[in-house]
Design a protein around this ligand. Sequence first.
Ligand SMILES: Cc1cc2nc3c(=O)[nH]c(=O)nc-3n(C[C@H](O)[C@H](O)[C@H](O)COP(=O)(O)O)c2cc1C
Length: 183
Amino acid sequence: MARVALVYGTTEGQTATVAERVAAALTDRGHDPVLVHAKHLPPDFSLDEYDGCVVGASVHYRRHQRYVARFVRDHLTTLNEVPSAFFSVSMTAATGTPEADATARGLLEAFLADTGWTPDATAVFAGALKYSEYGLLTRFLMKRIARKYGGETDTSRDHEYTEWDAVERFSGEVADLLDGDGD
Ligand SMILES: Cc1cc2nc3c(=O)[nH]c(=O)nc-3n(C[C@H](O)[C@H](O)[C@H](O)COP(=O)(O)O)c2cc1C
């Protein structure tokens, strides 16, 4: 059984939901994941107490949360030593065209190049349009973007695009890494 830090950044909550799903899958595989919001790290947090680490972040204005990048930079040596994985949540990943997939992967790669981290596994997941969480201006903006890219424009409710099968597959890959069968 591996003790795993599952560190995430989230602005409207979808990445937290994905992180919870990864945690549940790792628990099912006999591991011991601990969910940690990267913005609210306990003062005594030490990555050295864990056997592995999964980091998740979402994209806003083409960038992942700065506080997640800071977490990665602050723990880079350990992250590059233990089994580690990164997932990125965005609406670009929901579009489904090869160009959009390449853009979503490009944003993930840019995060890794910026931080200098080389995780063992990576994934991009489609996020959600959480109109209920947006202020007036953001709701207007996101509705326009959704219209342009074929997303839902009904702002009276939220719309989830995350493919949970893909999250399960990634979790399985992470569990294999923790079991030592990642190669
Ligand atoms: C203000 C705003 C800006 C966004 N910018 C982007 C973007 O540049 N690229 C993208 O693919 N998705 C973008 N998104 C979509 C988010 O990545 C998506 O809603 C995701 O599910 C958010 O995850 P979170 O709830 O964990 O923060 C944006 C969303 C908002 C609200």
